[in-house]
Design a binder for this molecule. Structure first.
Ligand SMILES: C[S@@+](CC[C@H](N)C(=O)[O-])C[C@H]1O[C@@H](n2cnc3c(N)ncnc32)[C@H](O)[C@@H]1O
Length: 292
């Protein structure tokens, strides 16, 4: 049974108030402390594997990565600046930082991120509906390029085309459901050369990623469901848990893992150009990437 995103989102807890404020502190306090949110850190080794595989397929420098629904640049902080969620939480919530003005906090964050070595071969772009999160991520130079947009409801602009052109890799954690295939379609149109695009997208099991197949196919891309399933966050209430489990089961899937783990679980979908699968079987690709 097909379930609409609206129906899922009705029963899923909302954290909208922490996604659009000047500073990341509420985001880290709320998600890390109360909900044990670890998804971007658990996703890191899989994103790294995909990055390494892409560089073997096509050795480009820098590798242009778009984090879709990037919020305050958490994937950039973890992947490019090698921070852990715990380090991010400790930094953003430290009382000495919180005493500073907004401008001084930005300076502090910039220096904290850039003082140790970071991965200069990665060029991180982030797209998010939240202007505050994008402004923060660009001003602290967590992101090389920020795009504040709601492509579900707004058309592509010239700026989107020029920023997204020649993208190599699309990653996302926790954003499918907020965005649909409508956003993917626009991003892929702007990329210009989707035949060279790969993707690694974590999708909550409650959302049906097969709805994206048609759009991906239009750009000669193939989504491959991997065997990777990781914790996204703890259920925030007994009623959220009950509702999510019902929705998963209504889709004919087993929700045993959610029942015993107490966590919302996300699955990794790998996206590759169709050409690759003309010479390499899906099973070989997944086993080479250790995603089986
Ligand atoms: C659950 S958060 C995930 C944030 C981050 N990727 C992470 O793993 O912590 C979902 C993000 O999607 C963003 N979002 C919601 N609707 C969006 C849209 N239409 N286009 C782009 N981003 C959107 C929110 O602002 C928020 O930052």
């Amino acid at each position: 049974m097909m379930i609409s995103n609206q129906e899922v989102n009705k029963g899923k807890s909302k954290f909208d108030d922490i996604y659009n404020v000047d500073d990341p502190v509420s985001y880290y306090e709320s998600l890390c402390l109360q909900k044990e949110y670890e998804l971007p850190e658990l996703a890191k080794p899989y994103f790294t594997t995909i990055i390494d595989a892409y560089l073997k397929y096509q050795p480009v420098t820098p590798l242009k990565i778009l984090d879709l629904g990037c919020s305050y640049g958490i994937n950039a902080a973890i992947l490019k600046f090698n921070k852990t969620i715990n380090e991010l939480y400790q930094h953003y919530t430290s009382s000495s930082r919180l005493e500073l003005t907004k401008t001084l906090r930005r300076d502090l964050d910039y220096h904290w991120l850039h003082q140790s070595s970071f991965d200069k071969k990665l060029q991180l772009l982030g797209l998010d509906i939240s202007k505050a999160a994008i402004d923060y991520s660009v001003e602290s130079q967590l992101l090389d390029v920020g795009i504040c947009a709601d492509l579900e409801n707004q058309p592509l602009s010239k700026e989107h085309y020029s920023k997204l052109r020649d993208l190599n890799l699309l990653i996302s954690t926790g954003c499918v459901g907020y965005i649909t295939e409508v956003t993917f379609d626009k991003i892929l149109a702007a990329v210009g050369n989707p035949g060279q695009l790969w993707g690694g997208v974590f999708v909550l099991r409650v959302f049906d990623f097969s709805k994206f197949n048609g759009v991906l196919d239009k750009y000669h891309l193939v989504p491959i469901k991997t065997a990777v399933t990781i914790k996204q966050r703890k259920f925030s209430s007994v009623s959220e848990k009950k509702h999510m489990i019902e929705l998963i089961e209504q889709q004919g899937l087993s929700a045993e893992l959610e029942k015993v783990s107490d966590y919302l679980l996300a699955e990794l979908f790998l996206i590759v150009p169709r050409d690759i699968l003309e010479t390499t079987a899906v099973e070989t690709l997944l086993s080479d990437l250790k995603l089986t």
